[in-house]
Design a protein around this ligand. Structure first.
Ligand code: MIC
Ligand code: SF4
Length: 657
């Protein structure tokens, strides 16, 4: 190890980056050596309802009485259609389990978790994990905020540390100032164009430079939010006078601290972006990194525009949209849906008249929730073109299998809703200055505080019939022989593995029901084949499991008998979820060996338990072709013991005994 690789206390000569400073304050085990496992203490957690039920069932299974974090919040924002008893059952369970165990409960209608967390709870310098991949939104206010599986969040609530690999750091130096009608979304789309959906894996992106001072906290949060699409561990902005002003306007000035990297901090990669040179950008179907300028994409005819989501639903975003729509009408061929991000934003729009401008123009106002972003309503027509201010445009995610989803800024979306074609908002000329409010309207009556520890015993946790137990794996067997039940390509998302949308999302607490839809987009026969086989392997390409943090993409394959997933590489959160669940994640030593396995082949992992236990080479035998294939199993820290035990719950129970 060279001195520059070791960032640990006492051994270094150079300064710390911003993320490294927060990690240094929170590290509880491991050395700050890039690429090596570390564990950090977690100050805050958040859950949303689509992943929250599992997280709280797991927390109960861990025997947690009162959460050990400084602040834990349970949000309801994903499953709000309530077209049956299922969502309401989940809401009741989450509300009661939160009250009993010391967790704040943000009721349905209060807003999208990341937007509300930024407004009411986020604190610079703190660590946050959330059972949602866009938790890095908190990086906009200077938090070290990571998306995680529900089980990791349950462990953090129990007072346990969060395991990550010590990340590399990337500095993006911002200079200049955004031109009129060009916005934070265009910045992150530019970064996605530069780095791609795999470009951030194993890294933290830190934004620095004079340009940072020109961006408000919600604009910064738009940028860190969509860092999730780069595959980063997280993204972060410094905490400065702009952060202080935001917190003061939220009545939380006392939560502010100044936070900046050391002047001599060393980064692994550095990039420059001149904000003054940026133009409106768009991510074309079906990947967030398929980015062009709006001009290059051309005046595509559109059917729908959706504005909102945790990426772009702040007060400032909505005010710009309202300004563009004021006195105009939505184009006759276009349906425009708008979901302000929180009750706070919606209240302010209602009070200052901006909401009336939106309604008058013909916008369909939705409740403050995720809504169309996760396919909960507003699916476009067959092959319909939908412009969305969201963060993901994976095939089928909108609920329309052949929907064509483009991701862009609220400014571009609102202007295009009027013209009826994808249009460059800079054509509108000079933009009025819309100031950040010096005081936001604060009314936390939709955030229920938990019961006091003394009263907690009286709180009854209500579990309706939609809440089913989750599957638990067996300890790793000595050898595994089974068939390849599915082979898939590169960049498979968790939306492929376990789709969401209005038909399926209400069953997030019901793994047996969900299992019928596993890999539906790739191969609808997979669940039946897996059930018939009883056990098997999945083979995947690079960046397997990118996207959402949903651990259902591991729990459901476990339920269907999957014992190991063999890929060219894994996305970070999904790999952690596989390990927590007890599914063995393996990678090809030589990526070309991906071609040496076909769906249906019988594979043998002889003495796999001993190989994992002793760290000896793993040779996969393809019984169908007679070929031997070397595999790697990257299990740092306690992960080896978790896999041997058959998942994290078994591991923790063993430890407690
Ligand atoms: C998403 O944007 O894909 C989700 C829905 O918010 C997921 C969480 C989930 O699947 O419940 C995420 O981003 O982690
Ligand atoms: Fe909700 Fe969409 Fe954000 Fe996921 S990406 S948290 S579904 S708004």
């Amino acid at each position: 190890m060279t001195q520059s690789e070791n960032l640990g206390k006492g051994m270094r000569t150079m300064g710390y980056t911003l993320a490294e400073k927060i990690i240094k304050e929170h590290i509880v085990s491991g050395e700050m050596v890039k690429g090596q496992p570390i564990a950090i203490r977690i100050d805050q957690t958040l859950t949303q309802d689509a992943t929250g039920t599992m997280a709280y069932l797991q927390m109960e299974a861990l025997g947690v009485d009162q959460v050990k974090t400084e602040r834990s919040v349970a949000y309801i924002d994903h499953n709000t259609l309530q077209s049956g008893f299922m969502n309401a059952d989940d809401h009741k369970y989450i509300g009661t389990v939160a009250k009993k165990h010391g967790i704040y409960f943000s009721r349905p209608g209060n807003g999208v978790c990341h937007q509300v967390h930024l407004e009411r709870f986020g604190k610079p310098g703190k660590t946050l994990i959330g059972s949602d991949s866009h938790t890095p939104t908190g990086g906009g206010i200077g938090m070290f905020a990571c998306g995680a599986g529900g089980f990791d969040v349950a462990v953090a609530m129990a007072g346990g540390a969060y395991n990550i690999m010590m990340p590399k750091t990337v500095k993006i130096n911002l200079t200049g100032k955004l031109r009129d009608w060009v916005s934070a979304k265009d910045v992150i789309l530019k970064v996605l164009q530069m780095l791609t959906v795999k470009g951030g894996v194993g890294k933290v992106i830190e934004y620095a430079g004079e340009g940072v001072k020109t961006l408000s906290v919600p604009e910064r949060a738009t940028i860190t939010n969509m860092g999730a699409e780069l595959g980063t561990t997280t993204s972060i902005f410094p905490s400065d006078e702009i952060t202080r002003a935001f917190l003061e306007a939220q009545g939380r000035g006392e939560d502010w601290i100044a936070l900046a990297p050391d002047a001599d901090a060393v980064y692994d990669e550095e990039y420059d972006i001149n904000l003054s040179e940026l133009v409106p950008m768009v991510a074309c179907p079906h990947s967030p990194d398929n980015v062009k300028t709006v001009r290059e994409a051309g005046n595509i005819e559109i059917d729908q525009v959706c504005i909102g989501s945790c990426t772009n639903s702040s007060y400032l975003d909505m005010m710009k949209v309202a300004h563009i729509l004021k006195g105009k009408s939505v184009h006759p061929n276009v349906s425009l849906a708008i979901a302000p991000g929180s009750k706070q934003v919606l209240t302010m729009l209602a009070e200052n008249g901006a909401l009336a401008d939106m309604i008058a123009a013909g916008a369909r106002i939705l409740e403050s929730a995720c809504g169309p972003c996760i396919g909960m309503g507003q699916s476009p027509k067959s092959a319909g073109v939908s412009l969305r201010t969201f963060n993901r445009n994976f095939l089928g995610r909108s609920g329309t299998a052949d929907g064509q989803v483009y991701l862009l800024s609220p400014e571009t979306a609102a202007y295009s809703a009027i013209t009826g074609v994808l249009s460059d908002p800079t054509e509108m000329g000079t933009m009025p200055q819309i100031a950040m409010p010096s005081h936001f309207i604060i009314n936390d009556n939709m955030i229920e505080p938990p019961a006091s520890p003394e009263e907690a015993a009286q709180v009854e946790v209500v579990k309706g019939p939609n809440i089913k137990p989750f599957p638990v794996a067996e300890p790793l067997q000595e050898s595994i022989e089974a068939d390849v039940l599915l082979k898939v390509e590169d960049n498979i998302t968790t939306d492929h593995i376990m789709p969401a949308g209005s038909k399926i999302l209400p069953y997030r607490s019901n793994i047996p029901y969900l299992s019928q839809y596993c890999f539906e987009v790739c191969d609808p026969e997979f669940p039946a084949r897996a059930k018939a086989a009883g056990k098997g392997f999945i083979v995947g390409g690079a960046n397997y499991g990118q996207g959402s943090s949903r651990e259902h993409a591991a729990l459901v394959p476990l339920y269907l008998g999957i014992q190991a997933v063999i890929t060219k590489s894994f996305a970070r959160i999904h790999q952690a979820n596989l390990i927590n669940t007890g599914i063995l994640p393996l990678t090809f030593q030589n990526p070309d060996d991906y071609d040496a396995i076909s769906q249906g082949d019988t594979l043998v992992l002889a003495d796999i338990r001993s190989a994992v236990e002793n760290g000896t080479p793993i040779i996969l035998y393809n019984k169908t072709t007679g070929r031997k294939i070397p595999l790697a199993c990257d299990l740092g820290g306690q992960n080896r013991d978790i896999i041997l035990a058959g998942g994290r719950l078994n591991y923790l129970k063993q430890k407690m005994q």
